[in-house]
Design a protein around this ligand. Structure first.
Ligand SMILES: Cc1cc2nc3c(=O)[nH]c(=O)nc-3n(C[C@H](O)[C@H](O)[C@H](O)COP(=O)(O)O)c2cc1C
Length: 200
């Protein structure tokens, strides 16, 4: 059976647009799901102990400062597919997702630094990023307001590529705070994209 790691990053529970489409996507993938609600249970910030431990020689026993990191990385390794459902906050990832990224992108564990650059150490696997945003960033708004900056999708793509996960698909839900009609259109577009990626 397939194992799916499902990260949810919105604090808005059942009201969350990213969560609603993320739930559908996970159901569509099928399999055993490990859900990590990063908004309710955020990973710790990086502290001095973590910063020192990643630069120390690698030992067989995991140092206590890296225990959380190791547990989160093992969840990734056990997953055949990764689904991240997240809001866009101030053009980028929300803080709990950034905290997770800082725990799992780890030198000599999930990537190596080489003269050619960083080389990912995890197997590639399908990954899906579902992004909900109040405005539009893949193009202008329906009334022609210019697309806002997007430091989220490109950033998550680079982060996952750094650790070896290159098969990323992105589904967006844009304009969801601009009234019921706009939200319905965003959901319709997201579902169409899901059907294209994972035909029912
Ligand atoms: C702190 C904060 C920052 C936000 N920044 C942006 C932003 O930069 N661009 C945008 O389009 N929407 C922004 N929004 C709106 C959210 O992306 C939108 O409400 C989205 O639906 C939240 O996702 P969710 O429905 O999964 O909770 C922001 C919302 C909050 C609370």
């Amino acid at each position: 059976m397939k194992n799916i790691l499902y990260l949810t990053c919105s604090p808005r529970g059942a009201e969350s647009w990213s969560r609603r489409i993320g739930d559908d996507l996970v159901a569509r993938l099928g399999g055993a799901v490990l859900t990590r609600n990063l908004a309710d249970d955020p990973p710790p910030w990086i502290d001095a102990g973590f910063s020192a431990a990643i630069l120390a020689p690698v030992t067989e026993a995991v140092p206590p400062a890296l225990a959380v990191s190791e547990a989160l990385i093992r969840e990734m390794e056990a997953a055949d597919a990764l689904v991240i459902a997240t809001p866009m906050n101030n053009f980028g990832v929300p803080a709990p997702l950034k905290a997770w990224i800082d725990q799992i992108v780890r030198v000599n564990r999930t990537f190596r630094s080489t003269p050619e650059g960083k080389i990912g150490l995890l197997q590639d696997r399908p990954a899906y990023l579902v992004v909900a945003s109040g405005g539009w960033f893949t193009g202008p708004s329906p009334i022609g307001t210019p697309a806002q900056p997007d430091f989220l999708t490109g950033y998550v793509r680079v982060v996952l590529e750094t650790i070896g996960i290159r098969s990323l698909s992105v589904i967006t839900l844009e304009g969801v705070t601009r009234g019921a009609d706009m939200a319905a259109k965003a959901v319709e577009k997201a579902r169409a994209e899901m059907d294209r990626l994972l035909p029912p």
